[in-house]
Ligand binder design. Structure first.
Ligand code: SF4
Length: 512
């Protein structure tokens, strides 16, 4: 048990390495803890998921704080104590702030709850846009400071990798501070403006459309140019002589493409610049940019060479369209076999609209990525490696604020979570700098005991919901906030409860 150290009228918070001395009535450097009449108080309420609620509830003071709340709002069987507002195990010698027990369909379950301090964490950002944001590997900046880099683009989305040890702790003080702020804002659903060296400015907000160079992106492309030709080949047959789907990745040409060949599309004598990969599929028709199909092209004819006079004929029609259907143009060859722009015929409008219809809304996705394989495991078990093994053997379910996590294979407990599946404002920070993120480990009580869990600190969930804290806690809680569970998430205690110990032994999945 640890008590806050006192210095005159100040108390010392040891919930992170900053070790603030906090005067009465003041809060510490992170605004997460305060000194209230000599007691260290965690200022944000403890968030409790309630699967019966349709919306977030109000903050409810605990009974021992003089509330007239009658306790009927929350029921243990429909509630899950998250780590949001719980406090941390730092400096890691003590058990987690809450280790709660409950019965779930006849099985005794334990959930270990703590706010982890992540000094090396980061976010992966997926931005649904064809537009070129910047060259791969180039720096991403916030307010001029490098906070990450452009990484491998994935299937019509641009990807950013932000944060991590090199920016949080390996650069200058300002770089670390702005990296931390950028991660915090992104994880808490704020809009963040990022600039990319030799590239664009993009405003990223989790779950919202990206804004690239001031233009809100509306659609994610239906596929690459080749895929688009394949998808709509039969719908264009008989309506137009040639279709070119302009795309920075693979530009598709109907008459040459296998999709056109199998439905008997005649040759047109078209010639496309760029590097021909396979019939009807062209790479590098232009430079990357924010024009047609993620190229730098504003006039699509610039990607064409002269038509072959042995094949092409005057009057031949040509549709050029981008992979989102946002840009399109119609041409007919004149007597010299030069394409001349014409009004888009009504017969082709439906096919362009079909491309747009098949595009999904463009969004920004923010995945928080942190490593729980370090010292915070000591808050769960006396033998930390056993927690790692238990997670890998699927005996322990890891959640962040009650939201499901993807746990990476290999060493450590490296988790990734979609921040939009977590309750609002789940994240905090400390000025070391580091991000504070909630993490919960749920497992069968017997398995918890077997991995060396802190059994003497297990508290019934009802007590935790009444505001009781364990003997390991050196702070009191401000109150609790019931929050509705995200309907897309599985209930956090249901993922692992059905694995009886005998079965795990038989299947060789027992943790020890
Ligand atoms: S920064 Fe916050 S958590 Fe860290 S010691 Fe100060 S008050 Fe405590």
């Amino acid at each position: 048990m640890s008590k806050p150290h006192k210095n005159a009228d100040k108390i010392r918070c040891d919930a992170c390495p900053v070790m603030c001395y906090i005067a009465d009535g003041r809060s510490g450097a992170c605004d997460r803890y305060a000194n209230e009449a000599g007691q260290l108080v965690r200022l944000d309420p403890l968030v409790i998921l309630d699967r019966r609620l349709s919306d977030g509830g109000d903050v409810v003071p605990f009974l021992d704080e003089g509330s007239d709340w009658d306790g009927d709002i929350l029921y243990a069987e429909d509630s899950f104590v998250t780590a949001i507002g719980a406090g941390t195990t730092y400096p890691d010698y003590k058990p987690a702030p809450f280790i709660v027990s409950r019965e779930v369909d006849g099985a005794d379950m334990v959930t270990v709850v703590t706010e982890g301090i992540f000094s090396y964490c980061g976010v992966k950002v997926k931005i649904d846009t064809d537009r070129h944001l910047g060259p791969e590997r180039n720096l991403v900046r916030s307010q001029g400071e490098p906070v990450g880099h452009v990484t491998t683009g994935e299937y019509g989305s641009q990807m950013l990798s932000l944060g991590g040890v090199n920016h949080l702790t390996g650069g200058g003080k300002k770089e670390g501070r702005l990296t931390c702020k950028t991660l915090l804002d992104l994880c808490n659903g704020e809009a963040v403006e990022l600039t990319i060296d030799d590239g664009s400015t993009v405003i990223v907000e989790a779950g919202k459309a990206p804004i690239v160079n001031g233009v809100t992106e509306e659609r994610m492309r239906v596929g690459c140019g080749s895929a688009t030709v394949g998808m709509f080949a039969s719908q264009w047959k008989g309506l137009v002589d040639e279709v070119v789907v302009v795309d920075d990745h693979i530009t598709g040409v109907m008459s040459e493409h296998q999709a056109g060949k199998v439905i008997g599309w005649p040759a047109t004598g078209i010639k496309v610049k760029g590097r021909r990969s396979t019939p009807g599929r062209y790479f590098q028709v232009a430079e990357p940019g924010t024009g047609w199909g993620g190229t730098d092209v504003d006039d699509p004819l610039t990607i064409l060479d002269a038509f072959d006079p042995a094949v092409a004929r005057p009057g031949q029609s040509l549709l050029m369209v981008s992979t989102t259907g946002e840009q399109f143009a119609y041409f007919e060859l004149d007597e010299d076999l030069v394409p001349q722009a014409k009004d888009m015929p009504e017969r082709l409008m439906g096919s362009v609209a079909r491309i747009e219809e098949n595009c999904e809304p463009a969004l920004c996705t923010v995945l928080f990525m942190g490593g729980a394989g370090g010292s915070l495991r000591a808050g769960v078990t006396e033998n930390p490696v056993k927690l790692t093994r238990s997670v890998k053997q699927l005996l322990t379910n890891v959640t962040c604020g009650g939201a499901p996590c993807y746990v990476w294979p290999g060493g450590g407990i490296t988790v990734m979570v979609d921040v939009t599946k977590m309750p609002e404002n789940s994240f905090g920070h400390v000025p070391t700098p580091a991000i504070v993120a909630p993490i919960e480990f749920t497992l069968n009580r017997q398995d918890y005991e077997a991995l060396g869990g802190h059994m003497g600190h297990v508290t019934p969930i009802e007590d935790a919901m009444d505001g009781m804290t364990g003997p390991q806690n050196d702070h009191i809680l401000r109150g609790q906030k019931p929050v509705s569970q995200n309907r897309a998430n599985p209930w956090p205690t249901e993922a692992r409860r059905a694995v009886p110990v005998e079965q795990t032994v038989k299947s060789g999945r027992k943790s020890e």
